[in-house]
Design a protein around this ligand. Structure first.
Ligand code: ZN
Ligand code: MN
Length: 490
C-alpha cells in the first residue's frame, strides 16, 4: 500500500487493508447516439448534435441502436462475461446535464454479467456486470474551482446526451492504488482491442469511479465506502485512491466514522472532497423503461459477433510471443510485447517478421526507435522494414546507421531504404573493410594491441573507438569486436 501522507506512523496503517471496486464508463464508437440518429462525435460546436429524442422532449420515443448492442456484446465477450437477455430501466434523478431528468440504464438484469479480467501479473479481477446506458450532457461551471459551488453561471452542452456507454462494474477485488491502475490499464487495452471504444481518458470517453473502503485486517465485513467520481487519468485515479485510503484510516484511528459519500478528487489540492452524501439505489426509483422492449440477442447473433470480432488482446499478445519465444531475452521482452500490441504495431511486426527479419531486433526497433512516432510507424512498409533489419543483422549496416535510416524512414514512410542510404551517403563497412582498417591500426597501436593479446579486454573499446573515428561512426561495433577476438584466438 502506498501512503502519501506520513502524518500517522506506518504501524497504524499495517492493521488496515483497503478494498476497492471500480466502475468504468466507456463511450462506444458508434456513428450515431443510442436512441436517435444524432451524430456521436467529440469536440463539435455545443448543442449542434441534438434532436427531440436526446433532449427528452415530450412525445419523442427512443429507438435502440443495434451497433451499440453489438459493441456492448463484444465488450462482454472480451471480459469473459455471460451475455444474457436484459431489460432497460429508468434511473430517476435531477441534474441539469440530463435533459430527461432520468437516465435510461440497465438495473437488475444487465446484458453482460459475471466475467473477469486477468492482469499482466496474473492476478484476477472479477467483473460483476457490464451494462448499456446513455451518457449525460456536459456542464461547464464558471467559478474558480470549476465546480458548481460558488459558480456564477453554468453552460450546458447536450451533444454528449444520449451517446451510448457501457458501464463496467468490477468486483471489490482490488487492494491497492497500483492494482487499480493496472486493472484500468488492462481493461482499457482489452476493450479498445474489441473496436467498441477508443478508451481516451483525456477526452472523457473513458471515466472511472472508485469505491474505496478500509477495514481492520481481522474484520470480515467491509468498511463503509466512499465513491470518488469521474477520475479521468490513471494518475488521478492512483492519487485519489491513496488519499482516500489515508483519510479513512485516519478517521478510524481517531475513533471517527467514515460516512458513505460521493466525493470528488481535486487535482490542484490533491485531495478528495465531499460532493454529496451517497444515494442508495432506492433513491433513484428505478422502474422498467416503458418505451423500450426487452433486449433479447439471439444465440446466432452473439455467435456471429464473436466470429467477426477483432482478435482479442490476449490472443494478439500470444501471436507475438510465438515469434520471439526462442529469443534468449524472452523473459525480459514480455513487457515490450505488451507495449507493441497496445500501440497497435503487432500486425506490422508479424508482417515484417514474415519477410524474414530477426524477431527480437524487429520488436526492439519498433518499441524503442519508433516509440516517439507511433503514427508514422503504423504506416511503415513491412517489406522495407524487414529489408533494413536484415541489412543490420547481416552486418551490412551498423546499428547506428540502421537507427538513422529508420528515423528517416519514419519521417517519410514512402521513401525506400536504398534511397535513404544513398541520400545520406551511408557507407557499408563489411567485415573485409573493417579487417583492413584494423590491420592498419594494429601496426600503428602496437602497445595497445599487445595489451589486448595479453588478455586486457578493455582495449576492445579503444579499437572500436578508433574504427568509429575512421568510419565516422558508420562501422558495426560488434564486427570490430568479433574480428579482434578472432585475431587474438588465432
Ligand atoms: Zn438526438
Ligand atoms: Mn453509470
Amino acid at each position: 500500500m502506498t501512503i502519501q501522507n506520513n502524518s500517522t506512523d506506518d504501524s497504524e496503517y499495517s492493521e488496515y487493508e483497503p478494498t476497492i471496486g471500480l466502475e468504468v464508463h466507456c463511450e462506444l464508437k458508434t456513428a450515431t447516439k443510442l436512441w436517435c440518429g444524432c451524430k456521436n462525435s467529440f469536440g463539435e460546436q455545443p448543442n449542434t448534435l441534438i434532436c427531440p429524442v436526446c433532449l427528452g422532449l415530450p412525445g419523442s420515443l427512443p429507438v435502440l441502436n443495434k451497433k451499440a448492442v453489438e459493441y456492448a456484446i463484444r465488450i462482454g465477450l472480451a471480459l469473459n462475461c455471460t451475455v444474457q437477455p436484459s431489460i432497460f430501466h429508468r434511473k430517476n434523478y435531477f441534474y441539469p446535464d440530463m435533459p430527461k431528468d432520468f437516465q435510461i440504464s440497465q438495473y437488475d438484469i444487465p446484458i453482460n454479467t459475471d466475467g473477469y479480467v486477468l492482469l499482466t501479473d496474473g492476478s484476477k479481477v472479477g467483473i460483476v456486470r457490464a451494462h448499456i446506458e446513455e451518457d449525460t450532457g456536459k456542464s461547464t461551471h464558471f467559478s474558480s474551482s470549476g465546480r458548481i459551488h460558488e459558480s456564477t453561471a453554468t453552460l450546458i452542452d447536450y451533444n454528449r446526451a444520449g451517446i451510448p456507454l457501457v458501464e463496467i462494474v468490477s468486483a471489490p477485488d482490488i487492494t491497492s492504488s497500483e492494482m487499480a491502475k493496472s486493472y484500468v490499464n488492462e481493461l482499457r487495452n482489452i476493450i479498445v482491442a474489441t473496436g467498441a471504444t477508443d478508451g481516451k481518458m483525456e477526452e472523457g470517453s473513458l471515466r472511472v469511479d472508485a469505491n474505496v473502503s478500509v477495514k481492520k485486517k481481522d474484520q470480515i465485513e467491509l468498511g463503509t465506502r466512499c465513491e470518488i467520481k469521474n477520475l479521468n487519468s490513471l494518475r488521478s485515479l492512483g492519487k485519489a485512491i491513496d488519499y482516500e485510503i489515508d483519510r479513512q484510516i485516519q478517521l478510524l484511528n481517531s475513533q471517527k466514522k467514515v460516512i458513505q459519500q460521493t466525493r470528488h478528487f481535486n487535482e490542484d489540492l490533491n485531495q478528495t472532497v465531499t460532493l454529496r452524501t451517497k444515494e442508495e439505489a432506492e433513491d433513484y426509483r428505478y422502474f422498467p423503461e416503458p418505451d423500450l422492449v426487452s433486449l433479447n440477442p439471439t444465440g446466432e447473433w452473439i455467435n456471429e459477433i464473436k466470429l467477426n470480432m477483432p482478435k482479442l488482446l490476449i490472443d494478439r499478445r500470444q501471436s507475438v510471443i510465438e515469434l520471439i519465444k526462442d529469443s534468449k531475452e524472452m523473459s525480459q521482452l514480455i513487457g515490450t510485447v505488451n507495449t507493441l500490441v497496445d500501440q497497435q504495431l503487432d500486425t506490422l511486426f508479424i508482417e515484417t517478421v514474415g519477410f524474414g527479419s530477426d524477431p527480437t531486433l524487429t520488436l526492439k526497433r519498433l518499441t524503442n526507435e519508433a516509440a516517439n512516432s507511433i503514427d508514422a510507424a503504423k504506416k511503415l512498409n513491412s517489406k522495407e522494414l524487414a529489408y533494413l533489419i536484415n541489412l543490420e543483422t547481416s552486418g551490412k549496416v551498423s546499428s547506428t546507421q540502421s537507427k538513422a535510416i529508420l528515423s528517416n524512414l519514419l519521417e517519410n514512410t514512402s521513401e525506400t531504404v536504398d534511397s535513404i542510404i544513398s541520400r545520406l551517403n551511408i557507407q557499408s563497412f563489411g567485415d573485409k573493410e573493417i579487417e583492413q582498417l584494423l590491420d592498419n591500426l594494429i601496426l600503428e597501436k602496437q602497445d595497445e594491441f599487445k595489451r589486448f593479446v595479453d588478455g586486457d579486454d578493455k582495449v576492445i573499446q579503444f579499437f572500436i573507438g578508433q574504427v568509429m573515428k575512421l568510419t565516422k561512426g558508420q562501422a558495426n561495433g560488434k564486427s570490430v569486436t568479433q574480428i579482434l577476438l578472432k585475431k587474438r584466438n588465432g
